[in-house]
Design a protein around this ligand. Structure first.
Ligand SMILES: *Cc1c(COP(=O)(O)O)cnc(C)c1O
Length: 457
């Protein structure tokens, strides 16, 4: 039995395994479109795109076929000393689609490695420039950039990151410009100003020590879909440019259409010095990541071997052919089907549901950026009083939704809704209808439900 083998042999990510072992678990055996199918033949809407990765649905013929075609040639050859076709083709197309100024692609495997690469490149860049003092980073409170030691260092989520503090380098933190939670201001406009002012003050004083600023553009996803006010990202770009600090845009969650544009940076015409991509890059099929950067950075690493300007970093599966073939097929669907242009009615359907959800007595905030939404549960919404952490209220609402056939995951008490982009407005209504009903039953009627082991992420 698969569930028994899982429980005997697997250690799951972000999971308290004691709880996992004590509860019955779902085994996924198949999928079709936006639905996952378990070993009992039950179907679930994949309302979080299999943790923010799936873009065009499961078992998309074009992506399936692209991978099968590539398998008929070669699955993987190393990128150390060898080039390959899908990696080169995809790099060209990605650069054409990306913000201006980004001209080079460094491949890796995951979001964490994509950010890790940008951090190391930025650090080494300033060494080559003869400015080794520019070695520190600026990160946002509540930031999440991955789980490797370097990316945890620029993370700001206490629950995940605190235990590792002794292992980490310390960035300068600036406030998270999230409108609902802003601790500096109470309106989006003043939040924007107040948060940008703090950044300016820091850069004014410390820019000679700072290599780069790392940011999740528009949406701090793992923090609970915290959304920054309009203009904030553009202001960050303006200030980092003014003080000669590199800008690393971590679009691992926001990239590939989630915010309603191909990349979140496009909303504010921001051209970063690095852009980190993963999650949706292969349409949610295979692990692949890309760190994009500019000629300015790339050229600084050129030289004779003896000059030691090489970027000594790489991973075994860098530029993997199967991943790049899937990524090419996924990008082709974006253009063939005008996916971005087709998002408008879906975004509108999410907005309509968010407006309704906001009225619920236990929904403090229902926020949205394009195809990303977060429904924040509150014990007392007038007082902005959260549920106690131990109640696992987000996990309970999601467990209830699963009973109704919608697979959804919270981050803390924020129920995340991030469906594949191919979802229909009717499916959106259906899924968010289930979420509303689950919130009502768990928060208002106090129905009990097995929370599946108190999963928080
Ligand atoms: C998920 C995520 C990462 C980490 O990606 P992994 O593939 O899980 O390593 C980094 N940054 C952001 C913004 C993410 O959402």
């Amino acid at each position: 039995m698969i569930e028994a083998k899982d429980k005997q042999y697997i250690w799951h990510p972000f999971t308290q395994m004691k709880g996992w072992l004590e509860h019955s678990q779902t085994v996924i055996t198949d999928a079709n479109g936006i639905k996952l199918i378990d070993s009992n033949g039950r179907e679930y809407y994949d309302a979080v795109s299999s943790l923010w990765v799936n873009i065009h649905g499961h078992r998309r013929t074009e992506i399936d076929q692209a991978i099968i075609r590539q398998l008929g040639r070669v699955a993987h050859s190393t990128a150390l000393g060898l080039a390959n076709m899908p990696a080169a083709e995809y790099a060209e197309q990605l650069i054409k689609a990306a913000p201006a100024g980004l001209t080079k692609v460094f491949y890796s495997d995951d979001g964490s490695t994509a950010v890790e690469v940008a951090i190391k490149m930025a650090f080494q860049y300033w060494r080559h420039q003869g400015r080794p003092d520019k070695k520190r980073f600026v990160a946002l409170e509540q930031a999440y950039h991955g789980d490797t030691v370097g990316t945890v260092s620029v993370g700001g989520i206490d629950l995940f990151h605190r235990v590792f503090k002794p292992l980490l380098f310390a960035p300068f933190y600036i406030p998270s410009p999230s409108c609902y939670h802003c601790r500096l201001a109470d309106s989006p406009a003043s939040c924007n100003l107040a948060c940008a002012r703090q950044l300016e003050k820091l850069l004014e004083e410390k820019h000679h020590e700072i290599a780069a600023l790392v940011i999740e553009p528009l949406v701090q996803a793992a923090a609970g879909m915290l959304m920054s006010p309009p203009g904030y990202l553009a202001r960050v770009r303006e200030l980092t440019r003014k003080y000669d600090v590199l800008l690393i845009a971590d679009e691992v969650a926001t990239g590939f259409g989630r915010t309603g544009r191909l990349f979140a940076c496009e909303h504010e015409n921001v051209d970063p010095d690095f852009m980190c991509l993963s999650k949706g890059i292969t349409g949610g099929y295979l692990p692949l990541a890309a760190t994009l950067t500019t000629d300015r950075i790339y050229n600084e690493f050129l030289g004779e071997m003896a000059e030691k300007r090489t970027f000594y970093h790489g991973h075994s599966y860098t530029a993997n052919q199967l991943g790049c073939a899937a990524a090419l097929a996924s990008l082709k669907i974006f253009s063939d089907e005008q996916v971005i242009a087709g998002l408008a009615p879906k975004i509108a359907a999410i907005s309509a549901n968010m407006a309704k959800l906001k009225e619920h007595e236990h929904v403090g905030d229902a926020r949205q950026c394009g195809m990303i939404a977060g429904i924040e549960l509150m014990q007392n919404k007038e007082l902005k009083q959260p549920y106690s952490w131990e109640q696992c209220i987000g996990a309970k609402v999601c467990a209830k939704a699963r009973e109704y056939g919608v697979f959804i995951r919270p981050v803390g008490d924020v129920v995340v809704f991030m469906p594949p982009l191919c979802v229909s407005p009717d499916d959106i209504d259906l899924m968010l209808g289930v979420v509303a009903r689950s919130v009502e039953e768990i928060c208002s009627q106090g129905q009990s439900v097995d929370d599946g082991g108190g999963a928080h992420f």
